[in-house]
Design a protein around this ligand. Structure first.
Ligand code: SF4
Length: 379
């Protein structure tokens, strides 16, 4: 598909730092580097700020090693290197909501060694989100975060401000889901690369700009014609993945990526905050209720059925696990969803991701996987 319908998202993705700098010039607001999709962006937006999720650059680097171990996940190392290299020098603040120990170390190193950081905030969050104490505890933490942010901007963040934050983020989630619905179609008119451009840019573009663009694309989609073969329908599963070249390669060898369970995709936006009178409770509950990351799927494992349901709803024929090397939470989780999918007729492939990925060997693995499936169909 070459209509250029998703060009604005692509351009935001490729020029994300320019976008943030011009946003700052345009609005006079502060930009905040956020780590992990459990960060309650609604509070930052209510404070008049632009939350910008830190992403890697997928290029070799040699600056993170003095600060975090080489056997920490590539995403953490790539993210930290971006800070150390000054790529996020326009960000006044940096925040992390508790996820895994490796990300925590990235955050600590960032706030200590990135010289442009003016303030930082670590937001604790229970990993056992299903515990009966989790919501109350998280409510208290989001409240403290609001007070801290009031100190940063030197004025109160009103309930109306929070409502504005909740509304715009909820609208973004709704529009992204509307877009992803198109992927259920046979030979969907939105492919995996386009969907990734849309969902990943939502994590660093002003939600009002992003919503406007989503509405424009959604208005044009009904008239869009497909001009590529569908091939095998894949699902991708893992943590953060914005490796566009990898996704494009997969879709160039006879497949379409129709859905994901990744924090660069559906896990970021799948559920809205439920309406209520208490804006803080709406925010806190929403993050406890969202599709869980393996770090927060305790004591019961709710993820496995959720992943299977997504695969079924979007009619995925097979799934590819994209495992960040050395990521303990996802690696520990992996055997169970693999078993769950395979026992329900969905074959899986495991690929280990690094800061840069070997597209040639990965291509051979994907082609071999496709071949096994076509052979299975013959017998
Ligand atoms: S959950 Fe895994 S991929 Fe994500 S930051 Fe932690 S170690 Fe890295």
């Amino acid at each position: 598909m070459s209509s250029g319908l998703f060009d604005q998202f692509k351009s935001w993705y490729e020029n994300r730092h320019d976008y943030a700098r011009s946003w700052k010039e345009r609005t006079g607001g502060q930009v905040v580097a956020t780590m992990c999709t459990y960060t309650p962006e609604e509070v930052l937006i209510a404070a008049g700020m632009l939350p910008v999720r830190v992403l890697g650059a997928h290029e070799p680097q040699n600056v993170s090693e003095p600060h975090i171990f080489g056997m920490f996940c590539p995403f953490c190392r790539d993210s930290l290197s971006q800070g150390l290299l000054g790529r996020y020098d326009y960000c006044e603040g940096v925040t992390l909501t508790q996820s895994c120990i490796q990300y925590r170390q990235t955050f600590s190193s960032w706030r200590q060694h990135v010289p442009t950081v003016k303030w930082d905030y670590y937001l604790p969050m229970p990993n056992e989100v299903q515990s009966r104490h989790a919501r109350t505890m998280h409510y208290g933490e989001v409240k403290k975060f609001r007070s801290f942010m009031e100190g940063v901007i030197g004025k109160p963040i009103t309930d109306l401000d929070l409502k504005r934050g909740n509304d715009v983020v909820n609208e973004n989630r709704r529009l992204l889901r509307e877009l992803f619905e198109y992927r259920k179609e046979t030979n969907p008119r939105v492919n995996g690369v386009e969907a990734l451009y849309a969902s990943i840019t939502a994590q660093f573009v002003d939600k009002e700009d992003h919503n406007r663009e989503l509405k424009r694309v959604l208005a044009e989609l009904p008239n869009r014609k497909q001009d590529r073969p569908e091939g095998v329908r894949f699902m991708t599963i893992g943590s953060e993945n914005d490796d566009i070249s990898f996704m494009a390669m997969v879709e160039s060898v006879g497949s379409t990526i129709v859905i994901d369970d990744q924090c660069s995709g559906t896990r970021y936006f799948w559920n809205e905050a439920r309406p209520g009178d208490d804006q803080i409770a709406m925010i806190a509950d929403r993050y406890c209720d969202r599709p869980a990351c393996p770090t927060k799927d305790y004591p019961a494992h709710t993820r496995f059925d959720h992943v299977l349901k997504l695969a079924k709803d979007f009619n995925a024929r097979a799934a590819i696990f994209l495992q960040q090397k050395f990521c303990d939470p996802h690696e520990g989780d992996y055997p169970d969803p693999k078993k769950h999918l395979e026992s329900n007729g969905i074959p899986t492939l495991f690929l280990e991701f690094d800061i840069t990925n070997p597209l040639g060997p990965f291509r051979i693995r994907i082609e071999a996987f496709l071949e096994t499936m076509s052979e299975e169909e013959l017998f």
